[in-house]
Design a protein around this ligand. Structure first.
Ligand code: IVH
Length: 697
């Protein structure tokens, strides 16, 4: 091979690698959705750097090699949503649609034969955006962000033709329109052609292209990207122009928005399903990507009563199209160790495109799953990807199994720290847990790194610039071993001989940015703090429940210290609505473990926790502990509880000295007696409704 040939080859490979790395950087830093493991990413980078070293002429041609360890995307200003932007629950199969409709009726206390109207409309595969109008003029536009706070993309939104800068008709003074920014398939193809012609990286799919285009720091770039907008929801509104979902959409149209023309009204679940099938059959010819159908209760009064659970409305759901499938070959089965020590087998696959995204890993869940599907290294497997979830292996193509393929055997020691990895036996059932866990909680680097990642993640401490890769890096260097270490990093760096800014990929500016980001998080909301601790079974929702119930961290900690089995303190945690034995036990276990206590003390010396505010401090029941008992006639028990919580009350399951109010429906029994005994104020359903002002929303 001549010198020239190998340069040409290297150039080709260098270009391909550059494209891949740029795409992964975008997925990682801008979409927060990495598509490959850190190790795979590092391998790409290493190969790229090797080529740079061998062929300096390539290094000069590329800008990538100059930004090793790519800095996080520059920042947009933040906008706090006046009304949080929620997500949607998902359903996948027909039965779930019937269950959804039944659940709505049950929540509202309606008989199964009652009729409730729903709208059905396509679920657009783009990114959601909230547009705020004051006196008819567009004043701001924000991405969804974490639902509470998004990025300010006002200047960019102004360049989108479908987004009115000035409303027509007679809109309310304050009007927040929400909907999806998307790119048509035709425009997407043309954009990628232009990118290719200019030697720029290609976008993986229209959604990424739309996201990348809207989240541009330079609005002039956005202006050149053909983005579109469908309106389908709203945030703050000073005056409701209509009382149903469908008539709201008509009002939106009268103000100048584009509403999806495939939106219809359905009387029954059968009609909803028929519309789903209809939209599915037209999917390929719509000219833009959709990934399902969204159903919404049509009456806004009922929407109000149904409210939300966690971060999704009870009155709407997304019916997703079946996931896309492809086949690939399992090259290896590797073990991931998570923050709780769980060993998760992951199949490394030959890269394959599934629904527009390159997949090279698929989770195998646990050893029972592997055994059930009998997945072996060397097997050809069917891979499925649905929405944003981790790709799954559906099954093995047995005809293609190589003769040498052997059944997989799960390791019995942790691949990271070498400690024994065991399946706990559940004392109640005598059965082994499906998950094998590493027992080296305190010595296992994987657990420590995963715990730190969780601690810094978006819904926990949300420390910008301290992403997965950086945490692993600092851990390896011995600079961050515990959560408290994060907050002493700057101070230690000052007196250290090896400065962080001199590490490859850092530099002065990004180091200062990192320190500033850490400083900005010394104050943290109680629910985020609790979530960040990574206590088993404490996800965001349970963290909020604990925060609401205890209000201060000291109070939670104090109670948890006494929460031995059967104690009053344990019962106090158990009584929080939505919390049960398993969660109460996990909380107690966490605080009763001495190592955790030490780590907590160190952390508390560094941060300030902002106590939980009552949800609606002006409501007469805010901060009060209430209990419902007996049969309610005007609403279901679930609805009553949700309403009380929305007004800032804590709903408990049993009466204690701490109960402020008992709402006793018909045929109330032992709880009523106990309330009388303890002198707890008791009212009936009508008095409750009068107290909270009828609707409660
Ligand atoms: S309604 C409170 N309608 O899907 C409910 N969402 O998976 C607000 N989406 O965050 C959402 N098309 O970005 C609604 N026709 C549609 C939609 C839609 C796409 C997106 C939206 C939302 C996500 C939830």
């Amino acid at each position: 091979m001549t010198q020239k040939d190998s340069l040409a080859q290297a150039r080709e490979e260098h270009f391909r690698l550059g494209e891949a790395i740029a795409a992964h950087d975008r997925a990682y830093y801008q979409e927060d959705a990495p598509k490959i493991s850190d190790a795979d990413y590092d391998a790409l980078r290493r190969r790229y750097a090797t080529l740079d070293a061998q062929f300096p002429q390539l290094a000069d041609e590329s800008s990538l090699s100059k930004k090793v360890g790519a800095a996080p995307a520059e920042k947009f200003a933040k906008i706090t949503h006046a009304v949080p932007m929620l997500s949607l629950g998902n359903i996948f199969v027909d039965e779930e649609l019937f269950e959804f409709v039944a659940r709505v009726k049950r929540f509202l206390g309606m008989p199964p034969e009652a009729e409730i109207k729903f709208t059905a409309e396509p679920k657009i595969d783009g990114l959601s955006c909230s547009l705020r109008y004051e006196n008819g003029l567009l004043v701001s536009a924000a991405t969804r962000g974490d639902g509470f706070e998004g990025e300010d993309v006002t200047a960019n939104a102004r360049t989108i033709g479908d987004i009115p800068k000035k409303l027509i008709g007679s809109p309310p003074d304050i009007f927040e329109a929400r909907g999806e920014v998307y790119m048509s398939l035709q425009d997407f193809a043309a954009l990628n052609e232009r990118q290719a012609a200019q030697g720029k990286p290609l976008f993986a799919n229209p959604r990424n292209a739309a996201a990348g285009s809207l989240r541009q720091l330079d609005p002039a770039v956005t202006a050149k990207r053909p983005l579109k907008f469908f309106a389908y929801a709203w945030g703050e509104i000073s005056r409701m122009p209509a009382d149903t979902q469908l008539s709201m959409m008509q009002a939106f149209r009268s103000y100048g928005f584009i509403v999806n023309p495939l939106t219809i009204l359905c009387d029954t679940a059968e009609q909803m399903l028929a519309h789903f099938r209809d939209i599915e059959s037209r999917r390929a010819s719509l000219g833009y990507d959709i990934d399902g159908v969204v159903y919404k209760v049509n009456s806004l009064a009922l929407q109000q009563r149904l409210g939300f659970v966690s971060r999704a409305p009870r009155w709407a759901t997304a019916h997703k199209f079946p996931a896309e499938k492809a086949t690939s070959v399992v090259r290896d089965i590797e073990i991931n160790v998570g923050r709780t020590g769980a060993l998760t087998p992951v199949a490394r696959l030959d890269p394959v495109t599934v629904g527009g995204v390159v997949v090279s890993n698929a989770t195998l869940h646990n050893e029972d799953e592997i055994a059930r599907k009998d997945v072996r290294v060397g097997d050809t497997v069917i891979v499925q990807r649905a929405g944003d979830v981790i790709p799954q292996i559906l099954g093995v193509v047995l005809e293609k199994r190589p003769a040498s393929a052997k059944p997989y055997k799960m390791p019995e020691t942790c691949p990271v720290c070498g400690s024994a990895a065991l399946r706990e036996i559940d004392p109640r059932t005598g059965q082994a847990d499906v998950v094998r866990r590493c027992t080296g909680t305190l010595v296992c680097a994987a657990q420590a790194v995963e715990r730190l990642r969780h601690f810094c993640s978006r819904n926990a401490f949300d420390i910008e610039g301290l992403g997965d890769r950086q945490i692993a890096f600092f851990y390896e260097k011995g600079l961050i071993k515990t959560a408290a270490d994060i907050f002493t990093l700057q101070q230690r760096d000052r007196t250290s001989l090896t400065k962080i800014e001199n590490f490859e990929g850092f530099g002065k500016v990004s180091t200062q940015k990192l320190f500033a980001a850490i400083e900005a998080r010394r104050e943290i909301a109680l629910n985020r703090f609790i979530f960040a601790l990574g206590i088993r079974h404490i996800g965001e929702t349970n963290a909020i429940r604990l925060a609401r119930s205890f209000e201060t961290f000291e109070s939670l900690r104090e109670t948890a210290h006494h929460a031995t089995p059967g104690s009053e303190a344990r019962q106090r945690i158990n009584d929080i609505d939505g919390v049960g034995d398993v969660v109460a036990e996990a909380v107690a276990d966490f605080f009763l473990e001495e190592h955790n206590e030490k780590a907590l003390d160190a952390l508390l010396a560094q941060v300030r926790i902002v106590p939980m505010e009552a949800v609606k401090s002006d409501s007469p029941v805010a901060g009060k502990t209430v209990v419902f008992t007996g049969a309610l006639l005007k609403m279901t028990r679930e609805e009553a509880k949700a309403m009380a919580e929305r007004l800032g009350a804590k709903v408990a399951g049993s009466i204690s000295k701490k109960t402020d109010l008992l709402i006793a429906g018909a045929d109330a029994g032992s709880k009523l007696a106990k309330a009388r005994e303890l002198g707890v104020e008791t009212i009936d359903e009508d008095a409750w409704l009068a107290l909270i002002g009828g609707g409660g929303a």
